[in-house]
Design a protein around this ligand. Structure first.
Ligand code: GLA
Length: 383
């Protein structure tokens, strides 16, 4: 992470003094679009993230410098004092959400930088939110626990950035643990760490470098689709049903005539995907990587053909993985661009990467970027 550059820029624009904090981006082995349906996800934090240097400035204003954008923003801490710069809304939102929970904040200066590729589905925005939620809670002694810090990041997305996301990204960023994936029940927030050191395999991301403009509205529409299905099932008298997590295929069939085929198929994808996470966790405990891989391909098929959050470039990357005999591959994160995550046998790694670069660039005119995954710790102070 870009610690030295942040220190240098903070000194140049503000002061040599200050505290350093960092939070990571995340990968997700499996469990996509299940979090806002109360289901399970299986993410881990990565070695790429955001670093911020922060110092109280004795005023009631925040002065922020985004090193990577070379952009300044100054804003207040009250609801009607939002920044003009869209990147600063992530910090403003976190400040507001902390205050809504009773935290007492004052003005501060900050410079931050990151190495999570933007728009690659590795949650650069959650990394910013978690960094500031964790840092401000610590510096201003707000006494907020880690669960609530993750929720502050999520609420920032909902209330200040227009994305009705689930809790996965912020949770993984705050709770990440080196060498472990986290199986998270997104309803109860119960979680379990699974050591993930697949002997003989590598986990690698291939970045399509595609980012679709309408991704956040398409994401919100998927969520609405799921909520509509739940509401109709509740109206059928299934009052115990709170979220799609509680819905069975039999219940879904009861309302089949009242919904479009698209909504039916989307809901079924989510129900199956929740089960797939549990199956993958079981398979991992048996070191059964073939099953893990097979489930990853099933998820890709579901995200592409049923939930419709893939795109041509990602489908091509998935096909190449299949042709190369890669154990598991799928689109990762919200979709509509970004990366595939691939579980590859070590002996296949070099030929897979070479083939993917060659075939992808022959079709799309540029190579996919390649990121090896290193599972790392969550939000922390850098001492
Ligand atoms: C985005 C959202 C998450 C989750 C994933 C899809 O990353 O921020 O909450 O819904 O998409 O699994």
């Amino acid at each position: 992470m870009n610690v030295e550059i942040v220190k240098e820029k903070f000194a140049e624009h503000f002061s040599p003094e200050g505290e350093l904090y960092a939070s990571p981006g995340r990968i997700n082995l499996l469990g996509e679009h299940t979090d806002y349906n109360g289901g399970f996800v299986f993410p881990g934090a990565i070695d790429k993230g955001i670093v911020a240097k922060i110092r109280k400035n004795g005023t009631d204003k925040v002065r922020a410098y985004a090193v990577d954008l070379d952009s300044f923003s100054e804003f207040g801490l009250e609801e009607d004092q939002a920044p003009k710069e869209s990147w600063a809304m992530y910090i403003f939102g976190v400040c507001r959400e902390i205050q809504k929970r009773g935290g007492k904040l004052e003005g501060f200066d900050t410079a931050f930088s990151g190495d999570v590729p933007l728009g690659a589905g590795m949650s650069s925005s959650a990394a910013i939110e978690s960094t500031f939620a964790f840092a401000l809670n610590d510096m201003f002694s707000c006494g907020i626990d880690k669960f609530e810090l993750a929720k502050i990041g999520q609420a920032t997305e909902h209330n200040y950035c227009g994305v009705k996301c689930g809790i996965m990204d912020q949770f993984a960023s705050v709770f990440g643990k080196k060498g472990s994936l986290i199986r998270l029940d997104c309803r109860s927030l119960e979680y379990k760490y699974f050591p993930f050191e697949p002997k003989g395999y590598k986990l690698v991301l291939l970045d399509s470098a595609v980012k679709h403009e309408l991704a956040s509205s398409a994401y919100n529409q998927r969520r609405e689709s799921c909520e509509k299905v739940v509401a109709l099932i509740q109206q059928k008298g299934h009052t115990e049903v709170e979220l799609l997590r509680d819905v069975t295929i039999e219940m879904l069939d009861e309302i089949k005539d009242q919904i479009t085929e698209k909504d039916y198929i989307r809901a079924k994808y989510v129900i199956d995907e929740i089960q797939r996470v549990l199956d993958v966790c079981d398979a991992l405990e048996r070191a059964d990587f073939d099953t893990v891989g097979q489930k990853m391909y099933e998820t890709h098929h579901g995200m592409s053909k049923l939930y419709e959050v893939s795109c041509e470039e990602l489908d091509v990357l998935n096909d190449i993985a299949k042709e190369c005999g890669v154990t598991g591959s799928r689109v990762m994160g919200g979709g509509f661009g970004g990366c595939t995550i691939n579980l590859v046998k070590e002996e296949l790694y070099d030929s897979f990467i070479a083939t993917a670069k060659q075939k992808y660039s022959a079709q799309f005119g540029h190579e996919p970027k390649v990121y090896d995954v290193v599972i790392s710790d969550g939000s922390h102070k850098i001492i």
